[in-house]
Design a protein around this ligand. Structure first.
Ligand SMILES: C[S@@+](CC[C@H](N)C(=O)[O-])C[C@H]1O[C@@H](n2cnc3c(N)ncnc32)[C@H](O)[C@@H]1O
Length: 435
């Protein structure tokens, strides 16, 4: 049994009244595992144990060494957390900000709805966590994401009144994660929720600065404390021209305290962990400020090398802004402001690297392209997949012309690799190799 502090027990005995025993009983049970299927991937699969009323959601665990995980077909995320993305449900073409994004559960969910349209700025304040976020976003294979490593306040200076939707999955006291991560209990004392609420208000002030008129704010926490949930809702309603958008109650969701439009998730009501979510529409006048856009910075030679690679290997015309950072080439979505003052963790879609007089495609590019978008592809077997992911070369037909090929497993891309005289050279990233 998860050992709960007496202050916690006292607080939730009062708050939940007759439901409290059933709630406490769930702390004797294991945390629930689940995953989402990535609709952006070309080759889909049927899995058992679908979670009702949810887009793309299944109960169960997927191995980190399976082709499904490595190609980004699945993303592991517990069921209650999946409800946040589903409540947000951005429309195609929207400019969306995920303000506290690592490791990427909500961001990848938002990308599933955007279907490579619009823009997602996925931000994480911690540099270490932003690297994990980049890895997860890259594997998902979306093309319209910028990953930043910033404070909310600094982002607000670059993106005034810019976003159609902002998701703040706030840093919180994490009560809803006690079963999944018992170490979260070490930080908890009865004052912790109030301390978290101060930080949440501070981040929300910056968030409101970035919301366009008519835009949506989705606020969520994985905690049940009213201080970090309904009291934050009250503060937003008092201080900003926002109104609550009613959330449809599915899968055991219950109304928030005093705000029936908001939703709470409890483990005794639904097979999942804890969550709170509120959705607002911003009616007020946004701060008006002209957003200066960025420009392409490729040299003529770099531009020619990229075009030569694209002509020889690709059947897709990318729209967006090509930018070089050092010798790395990235594709940024159209309509982004000048990002020179922003700490970037991933500058859009990584296309590849310029070496002496040649261009080499990135692993990320090979993860995102479908079979219809490449001129040459090699589908490897599941046995070869393990060999390849361990760092070995593979034998292929001697007839295959020399050059770059997209590698694929079970119909989904796994980077690019070179074929030379009947050998597929290993180009699986060293940091991701199986040991
Ligand atoms: C609940 S987690 C986010 C989980 C993520 N949305 C997901 O679904 O995978 C909250 C995040 O807020 C970040 N954070 C902590 N302090 C912050 C601050 N002052 N401003 C913005 N983000 C902060 C943490 O590093 C953490 O990654």
């Amino acid at each position: 049994m998860t050992h709960l502090s007496s202050d916690f027990i006292e607080k939730y005995t009062k708050l939940l009244a007759a439901e409290a025993p059933a709630f406490f009983e769930t702390f004797n049970e294991e945390a629930v595992s689940a995953f989402r299927v990535n609709p952006l991937k070309e080759s889909q699969q049927i899995f058992p144990d679908k979670i009702p009323n949810m887009d793309w959601s299944y109960y169960g665990k997927v191995s980190g060494k399976s082709p499904e995980h490595v190609t980004g077909l699945v993303y592991s995320q517990e069921p209650a957390a999946q409800l946040v993305g589903q409540v947000a449900k951005p429309q195609k073409g929207m400019k969306v900000l995920d303000l506290a994004a690592a490791p990427g559960g909500k961001s990848t969910h938002l990308l599933s709805y955007l279907e490579n349209t619009g823009i997602l700025v996925s931000n994480e304040i911690s540099s270490k966590r932003s690297k994990i976020l980049v890895e997860n976003i890259e594997r998902f294979g979306a093309r319209n994401v910028l990953v930043t490593n910033e404070t909310a306040n600094r982002l607000a200076q670059v993106f005034p009144a810019y976003f159609d939707m902002i998701v703040l999955d706030a840093p919180c006291s994490g009560e809803g994660m006690f079963r999944k991560d018992p170490s979260a209990m070490d930080y908890w004392d009865s004052d912790y929720p109030t301390k978290c609420a101060t930080l949440q208000r501070e981040i929300l002030e910056s968030a409101m600065h970035m919301l366009a008129a008519g835009g949506y704010l989705v606020y969520s926490t994985c905690t049940w404390s009213p201080e970090e949930n309904e009291e934050i809702v009250s503060w937003l309603l008092e201080n900003y021209d926002v109104e609550l958008v009613s959330i449809e109650k599915i899968n055991g969701m219950v109304e928030g305290l005093t705000y029936p439009q908001t939703a709470r998730m409890y483990p005794h009501r639904f097979k999942g962990e804890g969550q709170f979510v509120a959705k607002f529409r911003f009616n007020g006048d946004p701060i008006s400020k002209r957003v200066k856009s960025g420009r392409s910075n490729l040299t003529k030679e770099q531009s020619q090398l990229w075009q030569a690679f694209a002509k020889e290997n690709l059947k897709v015309n990318f729209t967006g802004l090509l930018q070089v950072f050092g010798d790395q080439l990235y594709l940024l979505s159209d309509g982004l402001p000048d990002l020179s003052k922003v700490r970037i963790a991933r500058n859009g879609l990584h296309l590849g690297v310029f070496k002496k007089k040649r261009f080499e495609p990135s692993y990320a590019l090979g993860l995102t392209l479908t079979s219809k978008e490449v001129l040459r592809r090699i589908d490897i077997s599941e046995k070869d997949f393990v060999d390849y992911a361990t760092g070995n070369t593979l034998s292929v037909s001697k007839e295959l012309p020399k050059g770059w090929y997209q590698v694929a497993i079970k119909g989904n891309g796994l980077g690019f690799a070179k074929v030379v005289s009947g050998t597929l050279k290993n180009n699986f990233p060293k940091g991701l190799r199986f040991h």
